[in-house]
Design a protein around this ligand. Structure first.
Ligand code: NAP
Length: 316
């Protein structure tokens, strides 16, 4: 099969992925540049992509599969020229799942045990032990119980935290109380009000864009913390800064932002109640991701069901 590789990445990153994919799948014809003529475009059956330039996948009449190397497909779905009717699969990578659990555990432990405040105290030579709460006395709400949120919620429950979770459809996960859907809005509101720490692992869809608005902060209990590991567009950043500045929220750990990289003059950089991460909570690991691509291409060739297909109607 002819496979087009297309991504918005540095030359070095593109070359690295091309080399790994070609080594793992030497039987495929890899097209590493946009098709140069109609014959090259007609040959393409699969596109392996990493947030390609808008329009990069149009004009491919025989395209049978779009395989994303990244987990989030929100930018891809925003491209109005994305071919309709072609299956779109996203990356579900075990190493990325593990990394996300680690980042979330670090953030929750740091917030629960006040390690960010202790870091600030060290800079002032302040010897001031904080009160020690048990994990069960700390309520954590995980928004989104999919590949990443589900694992994160269960890992936190395993450490003894009092965990609640929220998803679109009903879910049952051992060790936590699950809420779902629009009908559970009352449940969501009470879960938000009860949480000391809220972790965002929702996909970015028309329904979840701007989820963390001024009204949402008002639903959260005074002194609560936010951990946003999903997408910057979930958060109204000005409203978040205001909620932090007036002391309603205690701290925010932010891995994702409205604009990335975060501009050097952004108020979050020096903010004492914000911990900034450069969108590194969990990255695709080629060592575990390339075999996922290989498996989906083999399934396509054999007419078998494809893994991790995106429901375009739902936007994730
Ligand atoms: P996923 O497997 O698709 O799970 C999404 C979860 O959100 C599901 O539980 C889903 O409910 C729920 N959901 C969707 N729409 C909802 C709504 N309107 N109301 C309530 N719940 C809703 O996604 P994932 O792979 O875990 O990824 C989660 C997020 O992490 C995405 O935003 C992704 O882009 C981001 N991400 C970030 C990084 C990073 O480094 N920061 C790395 C990878 C991914 P159902 O269970 O009912 O479907």
């Amino acid at each position: 099969m002819t496979v087009l590789l297309s991504g918005r990445w540095s030359a070095a990153e593109g070359e690295r992925w091309a080399q790994l994919l070609r080594e793992a799948m030497p039987e495929e014809q890899w097209l590493l540049h946009p098709p140069r003529d109609a014959a090259e475009a007609a040959a393409v059956e699969v596109a392996v992509v990493a947030n390609p330039e808008p329009g990069a996948l149009s004009g491919l009449p025989n395209l049978r599969l779009i395989q994303s190397l990244w987990a989030g497909v929100d930018r891809l779905l925003q491209d109005p020229t994305l071919p309709v009717g072609v299956p779109l699969a996203r990356m579900v990578d075990p190493a990325m799942n593990e990394a996300m659990v680690h980042t979330a555990l670090w953030a929750v432990l740091s917030l629960h045990r006040r390690f960010f405040e202790l870091q600030a105290q060290q800079r002032q030579a302040l010897w001031q032990p904080p009160p020690q709460l048990r994990a069960s006395e700390c309520g954590v709400l995980v928004l989104g119980l999919g590949e990443l949120g589900g694992r994160t919620a269960q890992a936190l429950a395993g450490l003894g935290y009092t965990v609640h979770g929220w998803s679109r459809r009903p879910r049952e996960l051992a060790g936590l109380r699950c809420w779902h859907g629009e009908a559970a809005e009352g449940g969501l509101a009470s879960a938000l009000a009860a949480a000391d720490i809220v972790i965002n692992l929702l996909p970015l869809t028309p329904q979840t864009r701007g989820f963390f608005s001024a009204e949402r902060w008002a639903q959260m209990r005074p002194g609560a913390c936010l951990v946003n590991l999903a997408r910057g567009a979930h958060v109204d950043e000005a409203a978040l800064a205001a909620a932090l500045d007036r002391g309603h929220l205690r701290h925010a750990v932010l891995d994702v932002f409205q604009q990335e990289p975060l501009p050097p003059d952004h108020p979050f950089w020096p903010h004492p109640q914000v911990t900034v991460l450069p969108h590194c909570a969990a990255q695709t690991d080629p060592r575990t991701a390339v075999p996922q691509v290989r498996a989906n291409l083999a399934a396509l060739r054999a007419g078998q069901p494809l893994a991790h297909l995106v429901d375009r109607g739902q936007g994730y």
